[in-house]
Design a protein around this ligand. Structure first.
Ligand code: BEZ
Length: 239
């Protein structure tokens, strides 16, 4: 049976799953998700409601960073349990009237999905009844160019997201994939990266003896340099 075929079944994709597929009406026309985004990274995110302050601050911030995300081959797609005309009216209000933290005339060019039936929100576990049964929480799904869910983050209604962190996540995932490395706590481009653990006693010994170009804190925890330009070139390379 097709994954999540039942519209009323509440489910939640997991990291490593194929992103549940859907077709939707958006402020940028109909979309076929994730098929039409194949080849790009995508951040699919939900917000509780149009015409609310935290969401407005988030949309202004995200829209202002859209070019930064595009530079790392990442597209943005929003969703709330509101109708298309509410979405359009809210985005027009943001552009025409709201000036916030130096941002003004902000045009939201990425698609905002209408999901009054909650069908998509339910497929993605965006409705968390302990928080609200009528509004989506602030969910974030980072989906890779093959349509696989790579990161999931949930925030409550009262807390706006950190969009610099979402940008860092996209760069970090691309770096991990391109260089077969892992990234330590608070990693930023230019910081040392973690090499895969030694797979044999010989390799572990060589690493501890300093025979490889790495810094080893112990045999299972070794890092190497990966300069910022190399990282950014890999992430911004024309695909
Ligand atoms: C807001 O975006 O401001 C908001 C939305 C729903 C509940 C609480 C805050």
């Amino acid at each position: 049976m097709e994954q999540n075929a039942e519209p009323n079944v509440v489910s939640m994709p997991r990291i490593g799953d194929k992103a549940p597929a859907f077709k939707a009406v958006t402020t940028q026309g109909e979309i076929d998700f994730p098929a039409q985004f194949a080849g790009s990274w995508v951040i699919l995110f939900s917000h509780p409601a149009d015409f609310t302050p935290v969401c407005t601050s988030e949309f202004m911030t995200f829209a202002s960073m859209e070019q930064k995300f595009a530079e790392v081959n990442c597209k943005l797609v929003g969703l709330s349990i509101d109708g298309l005309y509410s979405h359009i009216a809210w985005l027009r209000t943001i552009k025409d009237k709201i000036e916030y933290k130096g941002m003004k005339n902000v045009e939201v060019k990425f698609p905002l999905i209408e999901d009054i039936t909650m069908e998509i929100a339910k497929k993605y576990g965006m409705i968390q009844p302990g928080e609200s049964s009528t509004k989506a929480v602030r969910a974030v799904f980072v989906i890779d160019p093959k349509g696989i869910v790579r990161v999931i983050i949930y925030y409550p209604l009262s807390l706006g997201r950190n969009f610099d962190e979402l940008h860092r996540i996209v760069i970090a995932l691309q770096t991990a994939d391109a260089f077969s490395v892992a990234l330590p706590a608070d990693w930023r481009p230019g910081d040392d990266v973690i090499v895969p653990p030694a797979g044999s006693c010989g390799v572990a010994k060589d690493r501890m003896d300093g025979k490889e170009d790495m810094k080893c804190y112990d045999w299972f925890f070794c890092t190497k340099k990966l300069d910022k330009d190399t990282v950014l070139k890999a992430c911004t390379k024309k695909k």
